[in-house]
Design a protein around this ligand. Sequence first.
Ligand SMILES: [Zn+2]
Length: 244
Amino acid sequence: MQQQVNIQTEVRKLVKLQEIDTQLYSLNREKNEKPKILEAIQNELEQKKQVLKEYEERNKALLLKRKDREGQLAVKEESIKSLQSKLYTLKTNKEYSTMLTEINGVKMDKSLLEEDILKLFDEQDSLKKELDQKQEILKEEEKKSEEEKQKINNRLKEIEGMIKDLDAKRAVVEKEIDGKIITKYNKILKGKDGLALVAVEHSSCQGCFMNVPPQVINEIKMNDKLIFCEMCARILYIQDETTN
Ligand SMILES: [Zn+2]
């Protein structure tokens, strides 16, 4: 049986198979990359949403601070009113001027609080503007991400279809190849990341680009048996003589 195997014919089939496998490995690599890209897009978006959340938190904190100051302001206003109402019950000039000083002190506190409140309003205003802008940008980015994801998912579907077709094609070609040879080829294919059969061009192996000695080239041309690259162990062939 072994004698009847025509190496040249088998290698021609292997060339066809390697063409299919090269496409398959490339498509599978692309297919495996896509989920990572999708994840990266999602992560980037999440980070931006997180920034927005921080803005919203800051806005909330400012609002609480302002409410607190407004509460304090109301207390000061009450206290001014009550002090002023007592002013007319006072008997002496000294008591009167002490009370006035006290009222002025509270009024000063009050105007400080008012300044504070205005500043907080301003801060909130500019924060709100920034927040609105960022929300607008995020909306745009979400739209873009969605389109990007859609594109990737479409490509994934396309890839899966192509892989299915190539798998079917591969099965047909594989069945035609001698058992021992295909076993060897498949083993190298797995071990060498999808490249099992390589041409010799200008005396160099197109798998590892090392020099192939003339006697090895002669051995390939004899078509007695499979010849392997001494460096990378891939199956070697000479393009012109095995492909038509
Ligand atoms: Zn090599």
